[in-house]
Each structure stands twice: as C-alpha cells, then as structure tokens.
Design a protein around this ligand. Structure first.
Ligand code: HEM
Length: 325
C-alpha cells in the first residue's frame, strides 16, 4: 500500500516534470536548435561563413540581414515570405512601403542558399531558417550577443504586400502605435524597447526621418541642424541620403539608448521610446547596462523568431528563396 502510494507519487512527479519540459516557452512552436544536426551538420557553419564574408566586404550588410529577419517575422510569421519576388500570383512584400528601395541583402541570402544546398546535397534548409541564422550571425560578427537559434521553420508559398503595409511598424509611429504593432505579434513593450536596439546597427534614408528633423521638438537642436543639412526640407534629391541609426553603426553597443536620453534618436519611433512614456526606465537601464541589453535582446530575438512558423508538412523548403517550388 505504502509503496503503491510512493509509486503513484513518483509517477505524478515525473509526469509534471515531463509536461513542464514540453510546455517550455519555445516548445509549442515545434522549433529546435538541433533540427539540422543529422540532416546537414554543415548547414550552420556554411551560413556563418557566407555571412562573415559578406560582412567583411560591407559591414552594413550585417544590419541589413538583421532587418530582413524582422521584416519576415512581422508579416504572417517567420516564413521567408519577404524573399519572394513579384509574379502575377505573388503579391511581393518587397514592394511594400517599408521594403521598397529599402530592404537589402537578398543577394547574400541567395548565395547562402546556394552554398548550403550544395554542402547538404539537396534543399533541406529553409529560407526562413537561413534568415534567422544569418540575423544571429550578423549580430555576433558586429560584436553583439549570441543566442541559440531554434530551427525547423518552413517556407511560405504566398506573400502579402497588404499585410506588410499594415503590420510593419513605421518610423513616425508614437509609443502607443508601436506598442500595438508589437502586441499584434505577441510581443510586449519590453520586446519593443530591446528589439529597437537593433538600431544600434545600420543606416536610414532621409525620407524616414526628414519630417522629424525639421518639425519635431523632442530632438536635440544641434543634432536636428545636422540632419536638416543632410536632408533639406524641399527637393527630393536628398531623400535617399543616409544617416547612421546610431553613431557607431557597425558596432552592437548601447549608444543607441544613450542617444535616446539626449534626444538624439534618429527616427521618431526611436525617440518615442524615451520621453515621458512608460518605457523610459527600460531605455535608461539598457543605456547603462550592456549585459542586460545583450541578455534581453537575445531572449526577444528568440521570441520574435518563434512568430507563427510553418512546421510539419505546412509550406515547403524552397529550392530558390525568391520563388515557390
Ligand atoms: C520598432 C519599430 C521599428 C521601426 C519603425 C523601424 C524602422 C526602420 C526604418 C525606417 C529604417 C531605415 C530604412 C531605410 O531608410 O531604408 C530601419 C532600419 C533598420 N532597422 Fe528598423 N525599425 C523598427 C524596428 C526594428 C527591429 C525590431 C529591428 C531588428 C531587431 C530593426 C533593425 C533595423 C536595422 C538593422 C536597420 C538598418 C538596416 C540597414 O542599414 O540596411 N528595426 N528601421
């Protein structure tokens, strides 16, 4: 009787441990870091090698690859929909406002795909997983944190410019609009603040901050002056001129947040994170604590990478990231 009771107790304990393990935050997506360990152990080193060469050639490419993963995940999940070229049946997201003449890095993804398929002997690695790994490798190469990328995403057979236009956040959004945009993806205000830290890398074109430079009051006067010179109020010739999103735009550091404290955020959506709203404290924390920024950034990148993946026999593994099989 007593031993029966103990066995029952043991069984309950074991069951609850097992169910806790299976209900861990990342499990329900069906993604796992080990997905290609058997099918193609060379996959991840190959992605890294091509990203490394591309970043060596042009350091900005690391920023561009990080942004591509973000723009993929926010539009119907991380399914490589952002990579599909326009055809009569594909409503390409490349033509959406936030991507047109702006998203870049597609050639590098093509090259990764080619080399990975060659080393694996066939198309086993999805374009969506390539985007997730390339984003992580870029951040590491530019001096940021490493995280274990969950894998096993499959690629979409559709794209939606309409959804890209509604679901990708815009640089003129205020804190409320940004929070809603992230909430729609299952991401909270902390994810918003820490993932915006991606703007420690890369550049933005005049047309994305020109209005702020000339009209906003929550901007440091000298900083505004500089931007006004780069992007004069009238004329379109300057619209594609580039400004660094933070002064050390090829180094993954906390200067992005330090600048927000001084009203030197480049985009309206950057400065919106600091200036009397409920995210001020978090900006202050990240501005002075690299370790916490790194840890939280890595955590939120995994969370973003888990948005609505296609798994099992949903979707496909594309042979060419630009078109459906
Ligand atoms: C919070 C809402 C966000 C808004 C409104 C936003 C908006 C923008 C805009 C307007 C640009 C400049 C594009 C151009 O001028 O062509 C940009 C660049 C960039 N964004 Fe964001 N972004 C947001 C969040 C993020 C997130 C979450 C990440 C990644 C974790 C990210 C990573 C980047 C990077 C790395 C660049 C530079 C790309 C390059 O130089 O090629 N952004 N973003």
């Amino acid at each position: 009787m007593e031993s029966k009771g103990r066995n029952l107790f043991l069984a309950v304990v074991l069951l609850s441990i097992a169910s806790a393990a299976f209900s861990s935050p990342h499990h329900h997506t069906g993604l796992t870091p080990y997905y290609y360990n058997y099918a193609c152990p060379q996959a991840l080193p190959t992605i890294r090698r091509v990203v490394k060469a591309a970043v060596k050639k042009e350091r900005r490419m690391g920023a561009s690859l990080l942004r591509l993963h973000f723009h993929d995940c926010f539009v119907d999940g991380c399914d490589a929909s952002v990579l599909l070229d326009p055809t009569p049946t594909i409503d390409s997201e490349k033509l959406a406002g936030a991507n047109n003449n702006s998203a870049r890095g597609f050639e590098v993804i093509d090259q990764i795909k080619e080399e990975v398929d060659k080393v694996c002997g066939r198309a086993v690695v999805s374009c969506a997983d390539i985007l997730a790994v390339a984003a992580r490798d870029s951040v590491v190469l530019l001096g940021g944190p490493w995280w274990n990328v969950r894998l096993g995403r499959r690629d979409s057979t559709t794209a939606s410019r309409t959804t890209a236009n509604t679901d990708l956040p815009a640089p003129f959004m205020d804190l409320n609009a940004l929070t809603s945009s992230f909430q729609k993806q299952g991401l909270d205000a902390k994810d918003l603040v820490v993932l915006s830290g991606g703007h420690t890398l890369g550049f933005a074109q005049c047309f994305t901050f020109k209005d702020r430079a000339h009209n906003d009051s929550n901007i440091h006067p000298k900083f505004a002056k500089k931007l006004q010179t780069l992007c004069p109020r009238s004329g379109f010739e300057s619209n594609s001129n580039l400004a660094k999103l933070d002064p050390t735009s090829t180094h993954f550091d906390t200067l992005y947040y330090k600048n927000l404290l001084k009203q030197k955020g480049l985009l309206g959506s950057d400065q919106a994170l600091f200036g009397g709203g409920n995210t001020d404290e978090l900006v202050r924390t990240y501005s002075e604590d690299t370790t916490t920024f790194w840890k939280d950034f890595a955590k939120s990148m995994v969370k973003m990478g888990n948005i609505k993946p296609l798994t099992g026999n949903l979707g496909q593994v594309r042979n060419n990231c630009r078109r459906v099989n």
